[in-house]
Design a binder for this molecule. Structure first.
Ligand code: ATP
Ligand code: MG
Length: 282
């Protein structure tokens, strides 16, 4: 299956303008984001997905609080990536409910609308523009916003420039701003892509195996980054690297055969016999 690139969405067609006040915030993106008044950022209920008779997701129900850093683990084929495909509109479930905040029905939106509503997704492979500088990559991410797309060489507002600086610092690439993205290390490219997602100020960030291929030092820095992003953003992190999960974990969800098997602290789920069985009994 061809891996799909989030840039296809954001650059392939302008993000739809969902209304809202174009002023405010950093001044470049204003949309009626999710209603988080009940404290829930993502709510999945009874989601089933079938591929040629095979149930990749089987009545999956899951809820993530706003500002949470949720780790999702589970053996290969458990349905973790398929769950992200459902949340981002890439795959339509056969049945079930998926809400972003209280009011945004994800199953009624198309992929670019879901991006515009504030859900950013990071795929495993870094997809930065190799020939451009780090800074230009971040500025380009702003062009996903319809209002900023008017001209090819649109001028950044003071707020947008401040956001570029802020994101450079967040992803620890301040001293790499002028560097060609293609010359970055694998880990730095991953951080740059996360930075590009952050330019769009997503409320919910989905990260599928973000530290695969990173050095230990890069993995540690990524753990610090994710912990620092939680609170202001909601993060759902799928990862097989249990050392990494241990560093960032608050609440952990275990998927197995398309369903929720266990949920709780890492210690709790690791002590759960059913979890031990699916990891060891294969
Ligand atoms: N487009 C598709 N067509 C057919 N089968 C699919 C498709 N996408 C996923 N599957 C199957 O659904 C199941 C769940 O796959 P998924 O990629 O969601 O698992 P995962 O938990 O992300 O696994 P991994 O840890 O290996 O990434 C697998 O058996 C997979 O082969
Ligand atoms: Mg996967």
């Amino acid at each position: 299956m061809a891996e799909y690139d989030w840039r296809d969405i954001v650059y392939g067609e302008p993000l739809p303008d969902l209304g809202g006040d174009p002023a405010g915030g950093y001044g470049h993106l204003r949309r009626p984001g999710p209603d988080l008044s009940h404290g829930v950022a993502l709510y999945l209920d009874d989601i089933s997905v079938t591929f040629d008779g095979f149930r990749a997701l089987n009545k999956l129900s899951l809820s993530i609080d706003a500002g949470e850093l949720r780790c999702v683990i589970g053996p290969n084929g458990a349905g973790k990536t398929t769950m992200m495909d459902v949340i981002t509109g890439k795959t339509r479930p056969d049945s079930g409910t998926a809400f972003f905040g209280q009011t945004i029905d994800l199953l009624k939106l198309r992929e670019p609308e879901i991006v515009a509503a504030g859900i950013g997704r990071k795929f495993q492979k870094p997809t930065v523009f190799e020939e451009l500088s780090v800074q230009d990559n971040l500025e380009l991410a702003l062009k996903a916003d319809k209002r900023a797309r008017g001209t090819l060489f649109f001028r950044l507002s003071a707020g947008q420039r401040a956001r570029v600086e802020e994101v450079l610092a967040l992803v620890r690439l301040e001293d790499q701003a002028a560097r060609r993205a293609g010359d970055l290390s694998h880990g730095q490219k991953q951080w740059l892509e996360i930075g590009m997602l952050l330019m769009l100020e997503p409320q919910l960030l989905l990260l599928d195996e973000p530290v695969a291929g990173m050095t230990d030092a890069e993995t540690d820095r990524t753990a610090e980054l994710f912990v620092s992003l939680a609170g202001r953003h909601t993060l759902m992190v799928v990862e097989h690297d249990m050392e990494f999960v241990r560093k960032i974990a608050d609440k952990v969800t275990v998927l197995h055969e398309g369903s929720l098997l266990a949920e709780g602290s890492l210690e709790q789920v690791q002590a759960d016999e059913r979890v031990v069985e699916v990891y060891l009994g294969r």
